[in-house]
Design a protein around this ligand. Structure first.
Ligand code: NAP
Ligand code: ZN
Length: 364
């Protein structure tokens, strides 16, 4: 048995966890840049709460609320310039994965004179500013991962960077901040979190410790599945889903993802399909493709979810997400080729050829 376990984020979970632990923020400096999107921080109530805490601590702040879904390298460049301009000591990311990922890139660019494209080298001359992450979706687990996933228009896909220095130093996970999500965002992001647990549990980089976290996350997804299908999400479900999402983040921090994420980025980049939904469209065929290589594990996943077989699983995904879009043959070939360039593809438990990805895309 040989593995590494590294989880440097101090994560606080629960209703009111930000105000109960705001003293943690004071040590990070006197000036903060809040990085967020157009609505999540305000609608969730998280922006109001953090501004109150910052004022009480006499910490000055500015707000950069220009982060779009699937943030681009151009956006994080602007955020980095803003952090530099105000002389920020630390960055506060509030939102779904898009603002949280952007905040990590802004933290690097605030102190390093580099082209955003060089972020992907993971070599930073100066240590990035500390990041506080406050999630408003229960999906990416970005609050406890080092990853920042940015859209690369030059490569026509999404690419991640991250090293041990880009883990957020603090995370405040308050399920109340996820209550204002539209139902579709709740469902899509829950499927994303489940995908992190599933791919981590089946992927080649799994460890005994990540397996424990992944299995718990899978069990929790099963527990809220009926609520997600019915579109009736209780506060207990919110807690459950946010906890699952955090566990999923801890899993992929150690295992990375696999072909679900690698192929799903195409559906997001070219078809505008939200990240979690794109993963969900691929999941049943991913399980069928890998079944003979991970039979015991996939059977255990189905057992944890309380399902009888892969047909049952496919029906649940269809009910949650609807039909995947129909792709042209030319699109299938292009997406399959791009998927093969993703590092995560090599982590899949079954060796993958470009024709395998094309077959999966044809089947979905
Ligand atoms: P998102 O793109 O951050 O947000 C989706 C939409 O939901 C946005 O319009 C957002 O508003 C809105 N929203 C979020 N929370 C809300 C709330 N509480 N109330 C009302 N509206 C809310 O979605 P996401 O699925 O969480 O993140 C996806 C991104 O994360 C992708 O770029 C993906 O590649 C990345 N990702 C990162 C990791 C990682 O480890 N770092 C892992 C998986 C995925 P705003 O316009 O205000 O943002
Ligand atoms: Zn994901």
């Amino acid at each position: 048995m040989q593995f590494k376990f590294h989880m440097p984020t101090r994560a606080f979970f629960g209703t009111g966890c930000l105000s109960q632990n705001s003293g943690e923020i004071a040590a990070l400096g006197r000036k903060a840049l809040i990085v967020t999107g157009g609505r999540s921080a305000r609608e969730s109530g998280a922006l109001n709460d953090i501004c109150n805490e910052l004022s009480a601590l006499s910490i000055e702040y500015s707000i950069f609320d220009k982060v779009e879904n699937n943030p681009s390298t151009d956006t994080v460049k602007k955020g980095g310039a803003e952090a530099k301009r105000i002389g920020a000591d630390f960055i506060i990311g509030i939102g779904g994965g898009s603002p949280l990922d952007a905040s990590k890139a802004v933290a690097v660019l605030a102190v390093n004179d580099m082209d955003p494209v060089d972020l992907f080298t993971n070599q930073f001359a100066k240590r990035p500013l500390p990041v506080i992450a406050i999630p408003t979706t229960a999906g990416t687990g970005s609050e406890v991962t080092p990853y920042s996933i940015l859209t690369r228009n030059d490569l026509e896909t999404k690419v991640s960077f991250g090293n041990p220095q880009t883990f957020p130093v603090l995370a405040f996970l308050d399920p109340r901040y996820t209550e204002s999500q539209p139902l579709e965002v709740t469902v899509n992001t829950a499927v994303d979190a489940f995908s992190h647990c599933l791919e981590g549990y089946l992927g080649k980089r799994r460890t005994p410790a990540s397996d424990i976290l992944a299995q718990e996350g899978i069990l929790l997804f099963g527990r809220s599945l009926e609520s997600l299908k019915a579109g009736e999400i209780s506060y207990e479900d919110r807690e459950n889903l946010l906890y699952m999402s955090m566990l999923g983040g801890m899993v992929i921090s150690h295992t990375g993802t696999t072909i679900v994420h690698g192929a799903g980025y195409n559906l997001t980049y070219f078809k505008g399909i939200p990240h979690g939904k794109a993963n969900g469209f691929l999941m049943t065929e991913y399980l069928r493709f890998n079944y003979d290589y991970a039979k015991d594990r996939i059977d255990n996943v189905l057992k944890l979810l309380g399902m009888d077989g892969l047909d049952d699983f496919g029906a649940a995904m269809l009910q949650l997400l609807g039909e995947a879009p129909c792709l042209e043959e030319e699109e299938i070939r292009k997406y399959a080729a791009i998927t093969m360039t993703q590092r995560s593809t090599a982590t899949n438990v079954r060796p993958v050829a470009v024709t395998d990805i094309a077959d999966i895309l044809r089947r979905i």
